[in-house]
Unconditional design. Structure first.
Ligand SMILES: *Cc1c(COP(=O)(O)O)cnc(C)c1O
Length: 219
């Protein structure tokens, strides 16, 4: 069986240097995360605050990105440990982040999550509402928008996800072209284990990979 290190290095070899890998560590043990760190992983992505906090205390040297749905009553905990919130999906959430970050004199890097497939089951801002929402969040001094994130509709054949990735890149460019103060469109976080190659071809520069590094998750 291939080790975490082998699998990570294989992905690293396949993709261009400008693409950042976020190793998605939901349901992974501290030992697995340490193995990934030793293999060269620098950023991990977690979906649940409590699960992440339990692990965070035991592991030094990593950057932690939050990629799950963030409830406003968990914001206080989230900002203590996370270096980036990739899943900001409402002005209300951004206002709470801003308020709590101000108390700690922090400025939190955030991405705006887009529900590119318009799926009921997913969180994220509607593409047509993204620009308006970003203009409002940009007014908040203690959060800093650094790009967009999406969880595309799932297909066994990633080619079918290509139009969604393409639409994301178009939206990204459109927002970038507005040159909104306090908005820096530099990160486009899209692509998971089965789709990252297509996502990169369509303009992703941050991929979030769980299964392909750690093996299948148990449900
Ligand atoms: C679980 C998850 C991933 C990783 O999915 P894999 O198929 O295991 O690579 C990426 N992004 C988000 C938001 C996730 O919840």
């Amino acid at each position: 069986m291939e080790s975490i290190k082998d699998k990570y290095n294989e992905i690293k070899r396949q993709i261009p240097d400008y693409v950042t890998i976020v190793a998605v560590t939901k349901q992974r043990t501290i030992e697995e995360i340490k193995e990934a760190f030793d293999a060269g992983v620098k950023i991990v992505g977690e979906n649940y605050i409590q699960e992440a906090m339990d692990k965070y205390r035991h592991i030094d040297g990593l950057q932690w990105h939050f990629i799950g749905h963030l409830q406003r009553n968990k914001v206080k905990d989230a900002i203590k440990m996370f270096d980036c919130i990739q899943s900001v999906d409402s002005v209300r959430l951004a206002i709470e982040l801003d308020k709590q970050c101000a108390k700690l004199s922090k400025v939190m890097p955030i991405l705006i999550e887009i529900n590119i497939g318009g799926e009921e089951s997913k969180y994220g801002v509607k593409p047509e509402e993204a620009l308006g929402i970003i203009r409002q969040i940009a007014e908040l001094p203690n959060v800093h928008i650094e790009g967009l994130m999406t969880m595309e509709p799932y297909f066994d054949d990633p080619e079918q996800a290509r139009p969604y990735f393409r639409q994301m890149k178009r939206l990204f460019n459109e927002i970038k072209s507005q040159n909104i103060p306090n908005v820096e469109m530099k990160i486009l976080s899209m692509g998971i284990s089965n789709s990252y190659e297509v996502a990169i071809e369509e303009g992703s520069n941050m991929v979030r990979i769980g299964t392909k590094i750690f093996g299948p998750r148990e449900y």
